[in-house]
Design a protein around this ligand. Structure first.
Ligand code: SAH
Ligand code: SF4
Ligand code: F3S
Length: 457
């Protein structure tokens, strides 16, 4: 009998979609090694924290969580997984009293059963944080929950070394999965009833496997019969071939939506960040994207207060946001990460007050843009994929997403999870659209009426 048999594991996931996906992989690895899984922390013998270290505070937050878990139940075994694993290894070696039992980095999840067995038999802390040039977990079938969208990691790691970013250090070098293997997974997902796949990578459009690039892969995935929607995240602006945009336009099942991080709008700051494009190149790319796919949904990530960013330089970011009119934006204060080039070379010299004021100004700007853009969609018809049969506020409403990725809230009728329905948008806030389901004949009547209204106004 294995020493860990009958042990129940609870996993808590932090960070990005890649970490969510990794948790699904970890669950499969544990199940096939006779571990039990539980959704209740109090039932668990082992708690795994799948961590993120992209911004500060994470370390302290996880340290507090570790103490909290031990306080609740003294003999719970605690493992730190994910992007903070390497950091925590040092912590563990320096501070022997820190109550972590095992550590596994993003490329070491297959060794979890062995680590736990060694821990149980020796009573000694265990770790494996080796980064691999090859591990893609392509032989593991993730244990997924959501029955509508499935994440698929098509590549792992990052070679870009943006100077502020810890990911290339926590997740190692880029490596891509074989297209055939990805296509097989998509076919299996269709068979299991999934409607949408989201292809994931830290740098998804740098995908390359032998002669196949990201556009080739997208074509193959789009050819899979029965897959209704394909999304991908996050692309880097440096890798945007026109052929990918044309493919997105041609294929009905590839959603007209892009999440494309800008980070900053000033050339000097972009250069210091090692983003490899300048303001004008980003603006030109957006113009090109919009000219090929006019109804594209575009969102972005921004960092304010990168070392030495002046007020004037910040206003370039403001300007790009005004010009592009993103649908939504995640705006972050720069947070110095250990070992990154920025941490080594540039002092974190923008004051907290300036960072805060810049975040507030960009959020105000973006809120106005989002509200205006959402309002413009009132009276349009949107195809909505139903993702949840209730909303946070009500059980009489359901929730789905339009192709542009906006959330749409609809009165509950007889819809089922995974249905795609036509909706007339009737109202909008800055975060969501509200709509009603249109039955087939209504659609024509309403679009005719709208045209008449337009002619009369
Ligand atoms: N691979 C993705 C981004 C991964 S991290 C990409 O390149 O698009 C997600 C976002 O976190 C980044 O886009 C960036 O805006 C933000 N981020 C990364 N490092 C950061 C740091 N040190 N401080 C503040 N924000 C950071
Ligand atoms: Fe980080 Fe840049 Fe790589 Fe994205 S592309 S993961 S921001 S280094
Ligand atoms: Fe965080 Fe690692 Fe993702 S640092 S954002 S969990 S790649």
């Amino acid at each position: 009998m294995l020493t860990h048999e009958q042990k129940k594991v609870f996993i808590e996931t932090y960070g990005c979609q890649m970490n969510m996906y990794d948790t699904e992989l970890i669950k499969s690895i544990l199940i096939s090694n006779q571990f039990g899984l539980t959704e209740k922390e109090s039932d668990a013998d082992i708690v795994m924290l799948n961590t993120c270290s992209v911004r500060d505070n994470a370390n302290r937050k996880i340290q507090n969580r570790v103490h909290e878990i031990k306080k609740a139940k003294k003999n719970t075994m605690i493992g730190v997984l994910g992007c903070m694993a390497t950091n925590f290894k040092t912590e563990l070696l320096e501070n022997k009293s820190f109550p972590i039992d095992f550590i596994a980095g993003p490329d070491s999840y297959k060794t979890l059963p062995t680590l736990i067995n060694s821990l149980i038999s020796s009573g000694k802390q265990q770790y494996d944080v080796t980064l691999s040039e090859f591990e893609t977990y392509s032989d593991i079938n993730p244990t997924r929950q959501d029955g509508v969208n499935a994440w698929i990691a098509i590549m792992r790691g990052c070679n870009n070394f943006c100077t502020f970013c810890v990911v290339p250090y926590t997740r190692g070098r880029e490596r891509s999965r074989e297209p055939k293997n990805i296509v097989e997974e998509v076919k299996r997902l269709v068979k299991d009833g999934y409607k949408q796949v989201t292809l994931l990578g830290q740098n998804v459009n740098s995908y390359r496997y032998e002669q196949y690039d990201f556009t080739d892969l997208m074509k193959m995935v789009s050819d899979v019969e029965g897959i209704e929607r394909i999304r991908y995240t996050s692309p880097h602006p440096k890798d945007y071939p026109v052929k990918l945009l044309h493919l997105m336009k041609e294929r009905d099942n590839i959603c007209n939506q892009i999440h494309m991080p800008l980070q900053a709008g000033n050339d000097r700051v972009l250069h210091k960040m090692n983003r490899t494009y300048d303001k004008q190149e980003f603006l030109d790319l957006v113009t090109q994207i919009k000219s090929i796919i006019p109804n594209i949904g575009i969102s972005t990530d921004i960092i304010v207060g990168f070392p030495t960013e002046t007020e004037e330089e910040f206003l370039d970011t403001y300007d790009v946001m005004e010009q592009v009119q993103f649908d939504s934006a995640f705006i972050f204060k720069y947070s110095e990460r250990p070992n990154t080039r920025a941490a080594q070379k540039f002092p974190d010299d923008v004051s907290e007050a300036d960072k805060k004021s810049r975040v507030i100004r960009l959020n105000d700007l973006q809120n106005n843009i989002s509200l205006k853009k959402n309002h413009n969609l009132i009276h349009t018809t949107q195809k909505v994929l139903i993702e949840s049969l209730s909303t946070k506020k009500s059980n009489n409403e359901i929730q789905g997403r339009a192709e542009c990725n906006r959330i749409v809230i609809i009165p509950k009728e007889k819809q089922k999870l995974g249905d795609t329905i036509n909706c007339l948008i009737t109202d909008a806030t800055r975060n969501v659209l509200k709509g009603v389901e249109l039955k087939e004949n209504q659609e024509f009547a309403i679009s005719t009426k709208r045209n008449l209204n337009l002619i009369h106004s």
